[in-house]
Ligand binder design. Structure first.
Ligand SMILES: Nc1ncnc2c1ncn2[C@@H]1O[C@H](COP(=O)(O)OP(=O)(O)OP(=O)(O)O)[C@@H](O)[C@H]1O
Length: 965
């Protein structure tokens, strides 16, 4: 018998549910139906359409009733939704009018209470106040009055303060950008107001809570993302990502401020974490607070030395009544304004204070210009105003909470703060309201407040109705015939979305999604200590995830090395060289032409660090790893090429040497070491060692060679005897600094007629297998000029290990031996010597072909060394085999080569030391980065000789970058 229709439907349903394409057999379906029927008789939970047509009819009637009820509810819901949308628009309008009357830039004053210890000393309050005025007693018969939108007296609660902030938060949910600032003298309670304590939570936690609450109340679905950064000495720092603690920790990506065509501001690489509830946001907020730069000052034991900015981005789709789809609220805990004379800050504290004051004054200028509706608003004067640009202007809500101290000794600072606040409020100053006008305004505000209350009440009612109808609809749909079809389309989503905690990284998205697990890594201990975020917010679980930070012992401040400065500065007590600047500088360089305004302001001091050799356990570690954090892959590759670990290590080691030498510059061997960097290990003894070399063709070659002892100052006498060449190199370097500079900078000859021999830095790199460019320049026609590398170490191990080959190349290029003349093509551009695998490659720039010189058969101590050339790339046919045979030749013995090189070093002929290039080449070389690098090296070199520190030499990222070229 043919199965009935409902059963056929069941087959299809089961098939589709199981994702099966093949149909079940009718007998199988029948047996399933029987099982279900038997189940049905046991309980009412499963309704199955009966095979009986009669029953089916009765169900059909039921369907009609249900369908009618559902559609009625849906109609009602649609009407209520339209109504709530209208009410939303109305509420938004009323709120906006209210805020307009109050002023889009509103300034409050909070007076700090007298603290416990203070009341025992000599204390005379100088501040009197009422609800909107502050009266300063300047002297016995003189006082000055300031007026504000509201004045919070010393005993005011966090609740009271927040009540003034709340309308702005509501406005933020309506799509307006908003900024809430805490401004004031250091120690007056800015952080207390913004962050609060667990017992007295401040504006930020309350505002976040309110935002989430209001979002739940709303009939829209919102998406919140949380970000937190600080501006420390003009640099942006993401507070939500792990800060490097060790030299080998990856450097955080560089934050840069970008402006979109519509004038919106975005911070590239700033981590934005999607948060779905208050607790998630709070957890991130606490985490960020812990990473803030704070330090003890004369005025505050735990003073914020930076501006901290919390950003909550709010996105809401399909809400036409909102001002914009995505808007943001900024909570800004500004650094404490301070008078340097008073705080007696010096060194870094002084620099920090200066940076804070500069930014504050720029902020004052911007707010003042906005208030006065000036045509030009000077946003660009500080990073702070650049970041906040789109949240400060028209259509944004701004709240400034100015904090003052009631103490007489702080009177000057109080005056400064109140003047700042007055400036920020200046729109009202020009048009001082008459009492009548003020009363009118207040009446209007009261009316608006009442209207808002009514609208909100109505909205609540409508919302309740919507919820009720939704529940009803859900019940009906569960019991109805189409129970398996969810009524998603008509069901109004009231609740908040619950997305997983997820990181949104602007543009590049390089920050790993799983960063939350890594988050609890804390900012390295610099001279700035870390803020303990009030009473410990963390629960045990969090503590486990976020291990406590520990200050490193001062004796091992591996990341911040301080150099003594012999300058005439009174207060620059610290002067350091920065690993971070190095890397960041590189990052900057890499995209320097983009319109980005970089956060790493080179004019301002930075946290500086030097990598110690012992920290470089891996050649790919340390800064190189960090450099790999670059976000563009293309750029990352460029960076890899330019910033080999070798180069970084050179710089680091070089700096390390300087660090150990307070009196750099005397003509001692120590100072000469600057140019001949030793490795930190003494493993290159004069013993004969066996080493296995894997050749490119896959064969393994065992070769005996002598490893050379590294140049150590204490062993200098011995070394000089044994290694006259080294000494010669060093002497050359010292005696002819100008030559060194010239030579170091002018030897890229791929485009010219001369040849450059790029040599592996065997000293370090034999182990690490990296290429170092040694400026060993050879001109085919005019002779050879040799320029020792600034780090000078590149030459030695090659000399013993396979220096024979290297030397043969030099000889070859010089034309002193027959063999190279024959094997080097006339138009050769560049030779790469790769001792790590004992292969040499010769690049022909014109033909773009690679010839490799395999030295597999080379025995370093042999006088006759056969060299074999093999063609590496596809253009093998360009080289005929006859040329290969002619490549074999006589190569001088190592001893002879040694003396030849030594001679070259000690007595270079003028031609040899002159760069053989024509005027246009010279111009090219002098232009751009080469010229810059030349200048930098010269400055640093001479300053080293004179015993000066680096700080004053503009020793910045471009210098490091230059060294990588
Ligand atoms: N209204 C207040 N009620 C209770 N304690 C307060 C209040 N304002 C400030 N304090 C206390 O004063 C001390 C200094 O406050 P806080 O660190 O917030 O100052 P600050 O302005 O942020 O300083 P800085 O700019 O140096 O960071 C803290 O111990 C804080 O708890």
């Amino acid at each position: 018998m043919e199965p009935r229709k409902p059963v056929q439907n069941l087959t299809e349903t089961i098939n589709s549910l199981l994702g099966r394409k093949a149909h079940f057999t009718s007998s199988w379906v029948k047996s399933v139906c029987d099982i279900i029927r038997s189940q049905r008789s046991k309980g009412p939970s499963i309704e199955l359409k009966s095979a009986n047509p009669k029953t089916s009819d009765s169900f059909g009637n039921k369907d009609d009733d249900l369908g009618g009820a559902i559609s009625k509810i849906e109609d009602e819901l649609a009407a209520l939704t339209a109504s709530i949308s209208q009410l939303n628009i109305q509420r938004r309008q009323v709120l906006n009018d209210f805020l307009d009357l109050k002023g889009n830039i509103r300034v409050f004053c909070r007076i700090r209470p007298i603290m416990v210890g203070e009341s025992f000393g000599h204390f005379r309050p100088v501040v009197a106040f009422d609800s909107s005025n502050v009266l300063l007693r300047l002297s016995d018969n003189k006082s000055k009055s300031y007026s504000f939108d509201n004045v919070f007296q010393p005993g005011s609660s966090q609740d009271e303060v927040f009540s003034e902030v709340e309308p702005v938060i509501k406005s933020a949910l309506d799509g307006y950008n908003a900024c809430i600032f805490a401004y004031g003298q250091t120690g007056t309670g800015k952080t207390f107001t913004m962050e609060g304590t667990p017992d007295f939570p401040g504006v930020v936690p309350r505002a976040i809570e309110a935002l989430f609450k209001q979002a739940v109340d709303s009939n829209h679905t919102f998406l919140f993302t949380f970000s937190m950064l600080e501006i420390y000495m003009g640099n942006l720092k993401d507070l939500l990502i792990p800060q490097p603690r060790k030299a080998m920790d990856p450097m955080p990506p560089c934050l840069s401020i970008q402006t979109d065509p519509k004038g919106g501001i975005e911070i590239d690489n700033l981590v934005a974490i999607q948060v779905s509830d208050f607790n998630q946001a709070l957890r991130l907020y606490r985490l960020g607070c812990q990473s803030r730069s704070t330090a003890s000052t004369n005025s505050n034991m735990n003073s914020s030395r930076s501006h901290s900015l919390i950003r909550l981005s709010i996105t809401c789709f399909n809400a036409p009544e909102r001002e914009r789809e995505t808007n943001k609220v900024w909570f800004v805990d500004l650094g404490g304004s301070e008078r340097v004379l008073k705080t007696k800050a010096w060194g870094r504290r002084f620099e920090e204070g200066k940076a804070i004051n500069l930014a504050l004054s720029a902020l004052g200028d911007v707010i003042n210009a906005l208030q006065r509706k000036r045509f030009h608003v000077p946003y660009r004067n500080s990073k702070l105003t650049q970041v906040l640009k789109d949240s400060l202007g028209e259509g944004s809500k701004t709240l400034m909470l100015v904090h003052v101290s009631p103490k007489e000794e702080d009177l000057c600072e109080t005056i400064c703060s109140l003047n700042f606040a007055t400036r920020a409020r200046s729109i009202d100053l020009g048009t001082v309201d008459s009492t009548e006008k003020r009363n009118e305004r207040e009446d209007a505000m009261i009316n608006l407040q009442q209207k808002m209350k009514m609208v909100e009440e109505e909205r609540r009612n409508v919302k309740r109705n919507i919820e009720r109808l939704n529940e009803k609809l859900e019940t009906l749909s569960r019991t109805g015939p189409n129970s398996n079809q969810q009524l998603d389309a008509t069901h109004l989503s009231i609740g908040m979305p619950q997305p997983n905690l997820e990181i949104l990284c602007n543009k590049t998205g390089d920050v790993p999604i799983g960063i939350m697990s890594q988050l609890p890594r804390f900012m390295r201990p610099t001279i700035c200590s870390r803020r303990k975020s009030g009473v410990d917010y963390q629960n045990l679980e969090e503590k486990h995830i976020f291990p406590a930070r520990r200050r490193r012992p001062v004796s091992h401040r591996a990341e911040s090395v301080t150099f003594p400065v012999k300058g005439n500065s009174d207060y620059s007590s610290e002067c350091s060289i920065s690993r971070s600047s190095c890397v960041l500088g590189l990052n900057m360089k890499g995209s320097a032409d983009i319109e980005t305004e970089y956060s790493q302001d080179t004019s301002e001091c930075d946290i500086k660090a030097v990598t110690f050799p012992e920290q470089e356990t891996s050649p790919r570690g340390s800064i190189y790893q960090n450099a790999q954090l670059s976000h563009s892959e293309e750029y990352g590759n460029r960076l890899k090429n330019k910033c080999s670990p070798t180069n970084f290590m050179k710089v680091d080691k070089w700096l390390h040497l300087h660090k150990n030498e307070p009196s750099i510059g005397s003509y001692s061997y120590r100072s000469k070491r600057v140019l001949a960097i030793p490795t930190s290990e003494k493993k290159y003894g004069l013993n004969v060692q066996k080493q296995e070399h894997k050749l490119r063709d896959g064969k393994v070659h065992n070769c005996n060679f002598k490893k050379k002892e590294i140049f150590y100052p204490e062993k200098l006498e011995k070394q000089v005897d044994v290694e006259g060449i080294r000494r010669s190199i060093l002497e050359e370097v010292i005696d002819k600094p100008q030559t060194l500079m010239e030579d170091c900078l002018s030897k890229d000859s791929r485009s010219g007629s001369k040849c450059v021999l790029h040599v592996i830095d065997g000293d370090l790199m034999i182990q690490k297998r990296d290429l170092v460019h040694c400026p060993l320049t050879v001109d085919n026609e005019r002779g050879t000029s040799f320029s020792p590398n600034i780090c000078g170490s590149t030459f030695y191990p090659d000399y013993d290990d396979n220096g024979v080959n290297l030397m043969s190349m030099i000889q070859a290029v010089k034309g002193e031996t027959r063999c190279p003349d024959s094997f080097l093509p006339k138009n050769i551009g560049c030779c790469h010597v790769l001792p790590s695998d004992l292969d040499y490659s010769v690049v022909n720039p014109k033909e773009d072909s690679n010839v490799s010189l395999s030295s597999s058969a080379v025995e370093p101590d042999c006088q006759q060394v056969p060299a074999v050339i093999g063609v590496e790339n596809s253009k093998k046919e360009d080289f005929d085999t006859s040329s290969r045979s002619s490549m074999k030749g006589t190569i001088p013995c190592p001893q002879k080569l040694r003396s030849q090189i030594a001679q070259l070093m000690v007595n270079p002929s003028p031609e040899e030391l002159t760069t053989p290039c024509d005027k246009s080449q010279e111009y090219e070389q002098n232009a751009g980065i080469l010229h810059l690098l030349r200048q930098k090296i010269q400055i640093v070199y001479f300053s080293a000789l004179l015993g000066l520190g680096f700080q004053k030499l503009g020793y910045e990222h471009d210098f490091f970058y230059g060294l990588m070229l």
